[in-house]
Design a protein around this ligand. Structure first.
Ligand code: HEC
Length: 166
């Protein structure tokens, strides 16, 4: 009789424990998901106005492409006297295969922004562009707009035939 009572007690304790842990787990999951709360509540982080990427936003894509074309031919972007267009005239060498990808010259798998900055600091001998700069966005826009399935051959400003005219 006593053992039966003990067993019943043990089982009911176990049931209570399982139910309680379920409640706790449910509450924790809710805490972890910041959007599970009522979106109309003032403190909901998902309802807050987002922090902008930059103060000087770009909203006009035609103006962005104008800026992109100018920057591509800008020999003052770095200090080597080269522009992106010196080696990549009309987007030569820009391939459609999406980033991140392996770039032989970089010896690494890079995102588009990382490749832009690789060329900024190496062939251009300039400073890396800020991740949130308009210039980074404009060069990215140029690359996306001008990359080709089978890229045009690039210009090598260091090759003797190209140096002749310099
Ligand atoms: C002196 C020549 C030179 C200049 C100037 C130059 N690049 Fe490059 N760039 C290269 C070479 C060489 C490669 C090819 C690397 C490889 O595939 O190994 C390359 C590759 C790239 C790629 C990857 C293309 C692809 O899809 O595989 C991007 C993007 C790029 N350059 C952007 C730029 C930008 C932006 C500038 C100007 C800020 C610039 N480059 C200036 C030589 C240059």
């Amino acid at each position: 009789m006593l053992t039966i009572r003990r067993t019943v007690l043990k089982i009911s304790l176990a049931v209570v424990a399982i139910a309680a842990s379920g409640l706790i787990a449910g509450a924790e999951a809710k805490d972890r998901n910041p959007c599970a709360k009522n979106p109309c509540m003032a403190k909901n982080p998902c309802a807050m106005s987002p922090m902008p990427i930059r103060k000087n936003m770009i909203t006009d894509s035609a103006r962005l492409m104008e800026m992109a074309d100018k920057l591509w031919s800008d020999t003052m972007l770095g200090t080597s006297g080269n522009a992106c267009a010196t080696c990549h005239p009309n987007g030569a060498g820009l391939k459609k295969e999406p980033f991140p990808k392996h770039i032989k010259m970089a010896g690494d798998i890079v995102t588009m922004d990382q490749m832009i900055n690789f060329c900024m600091v190496n062939p251009m001998k300039g400073k890396p562009l800020a991740w949130n700069s308009q210039e980074m966005t404009a060069l990215g826009a140029y690359i996306t707009a001008n990359s080709k399935e089978s890229a045009m051959p690039m210009m090598n400003p260091c090759a003797p035939k190209n140096l002749r005219g310099m």
